[in-house]
Design a protein around this ligand. Structure first.
Ligand code: UDP
Length: 419
């Protein structure tokens, strides 16, 4: 049984927060599930994040050997991620204080997103702790598509390059992400590919009729489902415009469900309002619903009930939503980009179409909605692929082997003799 203490750092993505709130998304899900799965196989996992509310407890025990620790770094309120970097020095100081007070010696640090990678690199300068890093998003790709490049851009690009070249290992979550790191960031540094995962028990154990009954949807409904953050780069507009052109337009059973949390006046709230405006302008309000944040309990039902799940992102390094839908036996129509090219097998588990192409999205959705038998075949194949390649337990075993290989030998001996 492994007994080492390891630190996962996710400064802006709190693993203990409710997903779908405060811009929480894939990174929060990844850190929490990786942490919990690693703890199940024996690691002592501490997941460090920034305290973003005085009401949030400082320590959350998720299960034996796995906890979230919220460190003070700047005001105890929501701070947009581009402004968090200024508080990382305080975060590091409090991390080191915590370690000293608790008397823990961490054998390895796994950082998430560029902000945390800086904390890991600085920590490493003081303790020579081995560092692994997962990007979750890449500045070199993001800044190609945004209208206004933020002030922080150069700092981010520099840090993303340095961590690639200096970390003991980079975890790319798809071969496409590895390729982008090599072509856009640096040819130096060590990269392994270990995908993201999903809970194959939680997603995929519900029957479709039951799911529809639970959600008040009819057996004959034709349901197109989106779930995720409200962010322009998620491409929700493409789906709305694509569904507006559907051959089923006018059929009373066509339904578009756009799920995900947002806060009025904040960036996600503004994007939701913009999308609602397009829905109204295209005369789609009578068959489009915005259920808001979908609870953990109901999310599997939504995926299962849907005829097709859409992931129209402009870019995704991985894209958890695609494998969650596939785990529930639902085909995915996704943008032909990044990690979606790795998870969605076009014509086998769904369809890939060019990003931002509303005509192509509309046609792909129609192909699936108008052929229920094929729809079920695609769904079954998706489930099989997720079971074989994308379970959190499988991911945790791969990470665990890598951690073990990277922890210096001296440390392992000390641990074994109880030092
Ligand atoms: N999610 C959720 N409820 C919501 C919105 C999102 O549970 O209301 C989850 C979704 O199930 C997925 C994650 O947030 O696990 C989004 O991850 P993805 O990699 O697709 O996108 P990211 O947020 O990383 O851009």
């Amino acid at each position: 049984m492994i007994r080492q203490h390891i630190a996962l750092i996710s400064v802006h993505g709190d693993p203990a927060i409710e997903i779908g709130k405060e811009e929480a998304g894939g990174q929060n899900v990844y850190v929490r599930n990786v942490g919990e799965a690693l703890a199940r196989i024996g690691w002592h996992v501490d997941m460090f994040t920034r305290k973003a509310s005085p009401d949030d407890p400082t320590i959350v025990e998720h299960q034996p050997r796995c906890r979230t620790i919220r460190l003070k770094a700047g005001p105890e309120e929501f701070v947009p991620r581009d402004r968090i970097f200024g508080y990382t020095g305080e975060f590091l100081d409090n991390l080191i204080k915590f370690q000293e007070t608790e008397g823990i010696r961490y054998s390895l640090v796994h950082t998430n997103y560029w902000i945390s990678s800086w904390v890991g690199m600085e920590w490493k300068k003081r303790t020579s702790i081995p560092q692994l890093h997962t990007y979750h998003s890449l500045g070199a790709i993001k800044y190609k598509s945004v209208e206004a490049i933020p002030m922080i851009a150069n700092t981010r690009l520099d840090i993303e390059k340095t961590v690639l070249e200096t970390a003991e290992r980079i975890i790319a979550t798809s071969p496409q992400e590895k390729e982008h790191l090599r072509s856009l960031v640096s040819t130096k540094g060590n990269i392994d590919i270990i995908p993201c995962g999903t809970d194959i028990h939680r997603f995929g154990s519900m029957n479709r009729c039951k799911a529809r009954e639970l959600l008040g949807l009819k057996p004959e409904d034709k349901i197109v489902f989106y779930i995720g953050r409200f962010d322009k780069r998620k491409g929700i507009e493409t789906i709305v415009r694509g569904v507006a052109r559907s051959v089923l337009r006018g059929n009373p059973h066509l339904k578009l469900i756009i799920g995900g949390g947002s806060r009025p006046g904040q960036s996600d709230g503004i994007e939701r309002e913009r999308i609602e405006g397009i829905v109204a302008e295209l005369g789609m309000t009578d068959f489009t619903t915005f259920p808001g944040r979908i609870s953990d309990e109901l999310l599997p039902a939504y995926y299962t009930a849907a005829d097709v799940c859409v992931v129209p992102s402009h870019y995704e390094p991985f894209g958890l939503v695609a494998i969650e839908a596939m785990a529930c036996g639902t085909p995915v129509v996704a943008s032909d980009v990044g990690g979606l090219q790795f998870t969605v097998v076009s014509e086998e588990t769904g369809l890939l179409t060019p990003p931002k192409d509303e005509v192509a999205f509309g046609q792909a959705i129609d192909r699936i909605l108008t052929n229920p038998e094929w729809r079920n075949k695609l769904g079954e194949a998706g489930r099989r692929i997720v079971e074989s390649k994308f379970s959190w337990d499988g991911v945790a075993y791969q990470l665990s082997d890598l951690y073990t290989a990277l922890i210096p030998k001296r440390e392992k001996v000390l641990m074994e003799v109880g030092g």
